[in-house]
Design a protein around this ligand. Structure first.
Ligand code: ADP
Ligand code: TPW
Ligand code: MG
Length: 573
């Protein structure tokens, strides 16, 4: 590699330029797909990438391209790449980058930017913005490349920053003038960097392993919590071996469902409240003690003293909310392997604990079963999701994308997942709008059929991307849970002037939107119809949208997290 001086442009030899160096640098590192929106100054970059054999998926809005890149990163452990134009396109993509970072998904947002000389003097360039400064606080690392001969090293840094340690979002600023910069082709090729061992193993310290095993051996009511970090790590067999050897009940966080099948005898999923309340030692594997776990304290966790063993690659995560009795810092594969190796002849937890969890699971599953079989017209959440549960049980390789409030919360608890990394949802922020971006990347990256179960509000955030789904002819079936609004379709404006703030046009026909782009669009009003329509769509692989008519009265405010709404002391509307 020779990058010590500004490269003189050879008079006679073949030339390369910023466009080609960027494409070559990505391809050299196994990045073969770009999600983005074209425009100045990156239109030709997309064209050239396509010509070079990359898959370039052009979206209708950058946020969805960014969400696609983020989930591509989660699914593949390689950074997903999103390409946007300057200022407004960049800002549209930035929401997705921040969300990727929050969820620990590796992603690189590459944005074109305007002329530095003009931007820095604030002289009003086309789409002027100091993008690097704005991106910096919202992502894990942010870089700008000014010289063509630095593109190789910049891409290498971006990749390593995204996937090493705690994965996250990286910003790469690419000024327009860089893309057209010429340099000698041979020197350009020599300047590229193939990243060796981008996410190196990080072994836990032996005394930390011994401490964790000590704490675990002392447990009377142990519990394992698997988070999406554990799913991301792709060490599925090791995790399964640890769970099974330990005999400890486990709870999967939303996107860790399916890491072990939800029907596994040790799953405490249907006994979540009991397990959290009563456990005395909790092993956290790739999950944070954030709001989704009530910060590890309070009513959810009961009064019994808890000891936490936490496996995470990020040392700062330890003691973030409560004391961690046994921090185990390292990559999940190495940490879980070290625990397994140190377990020796392991004694399963006391039977009164595992039996109590099992009994609760069985009681709750039995209580739920008849509700899932109702054939009400219009549907309630249980009837509709009972039908979709069967769809996934029959097609365990399919990927489920899920967003909404009631639509999310009910689907999470009702639809069993059977394989790792098949459930993709709103994640750490509970953000609406990931639906179509996630569905598109899931189809592109895996080639598997995708079922997107969407609240009607949730769908609206990214709904225009159904054109993208039709254009690329992706095997995506979208089911819109149409209850005429956000949470419920029944709100009214007390003054009688306008529609209520949470309701939409009644009886909208989302299915007709899909037909506009040549996809299949149908309405289903009862669970049998829904099951038939979804099965047909999943088996045909044709882009399909099913407008599932849900009783507007069926949902509750904010689904399962209504308690997070502040209450007015004056009045409730
Ligand atoms: P969930 O929402 O499922 O509870 P979180 O996103 O809160 O999961 O937590 C994921 C955790 O996993 C993060 O703290 C992250 O640092 C960690 N993590 C991600 N990948 C790895 C890995 N390969 N090894 C160890 N920890 C990891
Ligand atoms: C970016 C707030 C949380 S859930 C939701 C909104 C608007 C929609 C719920 O209605 P939906 O589901 O999808 O129809 P259902 O079944 O309950 O009727 N903006 C962003 N993110 C969030 N989370 C919101 C707003 C919200
Ligand atoms: Mg709704």
């Amino acid at each position: 590699m020779n990058i010590t001086s500004a490269a003189p442009v050879a008079q006679t030899g073949p030339l390369t330029d910023g466009f080609h160096l960027l494409i070559d640098a990505l391809q050299m590192n196994g990045i073969n797909t770009i999600y983005g929106v074209p425009g100045i100054p990156v239109t030709d970059l997309g064209r050239m990438a396509q010509a070079a054999g990359m898959r370039v998926i052009s979206f209708r809005h950058e946020q969805h391209a960014g969400n696609a890149a983020a989930i591509a990163g989660y699914l593949t452990k390689r950074p997903g790449v999103c390409l946007t134009v300057s200022a407004p396109g960049f800002l549209n993509g930035l929401t997705a980058l921040a969300n990727a970072n929050t969820n620990c998904f590796p992603m690189i947002l590459i944005s074109g930017s305007s002329e530095r000389e003009i931007v820095d003097l604030q002289q009003g360039d086309y789409e002027e913005m100091d993008q690097l400064a704005i991106a910096k606080p919202l992502c894990k690392a942010a870089y700008r490349v000014l010289r063509a001969q630095d593109i190789g090293i910049a891409v290498a840094r971006a990749i390593r920053a995204a996937v090493s340690g705690r994965p996250g979002g990286v910003y790469l600023d690419v000024p327009a003038s860089l893309l057209g910069q010429a340099m000698d082709a041979a020197e350009g090729a020599a300047s590229l960097v193939k990243v060796i061992d981008p996410d190196p193993a990080q072994l836990p310290a032996p005394d930390a392993v011994a401490r964790a095993l000590d704490v675990l051996r002392g447990a009377k009511r142990p519990l394992i919590i698997l988070g999406k970090g554990a799913a991301y790590a792709q060490v599925d067999d090791t995790i399964r071996a640890f769970v099974e050897k330990s005999g400890i009940p486990y709870l999967p966080m939303s996107m860790a469902k399916g890491l072990l099948p939800d029907t596994h005898a040790q799953s405490a999923g249907a006994a979540r409240s009991l397990a959290l309340k009563e456990a005395d030692v909790v092993v956290m594997i790739g999950a944070r003690l954030n709001w989704l776990l009530s910060h590890g304290k309070g009513k959810t966790w009961g009064r019994a003293a808890k000891k936490f063993i936490q496996i995470d690659i990020e040392p700062k995560e330890m003691d973030s909310n409560v004391e961690i009795a046994a921090p185990l810092v390292g990559d999940i594969g190495s940490c879980v392997t070290a625990l397994l190796d140190g377990m020796g002849d392991w004694t399963s937890p006391p039977a009164d604990w595992t039996d109590a969890i099992r009994a609760k699971v069985e009681a709750n599953v039995a209580r739920m079963a008849p509700k899932l079989q109702n054939n009400n017209d219009p549907m309630d959440y249980h009837g509709a999701l009972g039908a979709l549960k069967k769809i996934i049980a029959d097609r365990p390789e399919a990927i489920l994308v899920n967003e909404g409030a009631n639509t999310l919360d009910f689907a999470r608890s009702i639809i069993d997942m059977h394989q790792p990394r098949k459930r993709l949802d709103v994640g750490t922020w509970g953000v609406m709008g990931i639906g179509m971006g996630f569905a598109i990347a899931a189809a592109v990256e895996t080639g598997k059929p995708v079922l997107a179960v969407e609240g009607d509000s949730a769908f609206g955030f990214s709904g225009m991307e159904i054109e993208t789904i039709c254009r690329y002819d992706l095997p995506v079936c979208i089911v819109v849970f149409n209850n005429n609004g956000i949470y419920r379709g029944t709100d009214v404006d007390p003054t009688g002037r306008d529609p209520g703030t949470t309701v939409f046009v009644k009886d909208s026909r989302y299915d007709l939107m899909m037909q506009a782009f040549g996809g299949e669009g149908v309405t289903a009003t009862n669970p049998d119809e829904l099951h038939r329509a979804v099965a047909q769509a999943m088996d045909s692989g044709k882009p399909t949208l099913i407008n599932a008519v849900i009783d507007p009265e069926a949902g509750t405010e904010s689904g399962r997290i209504g308690n997070l709404n502040p209450q007015s002391v004056v009045s409730k509307p």
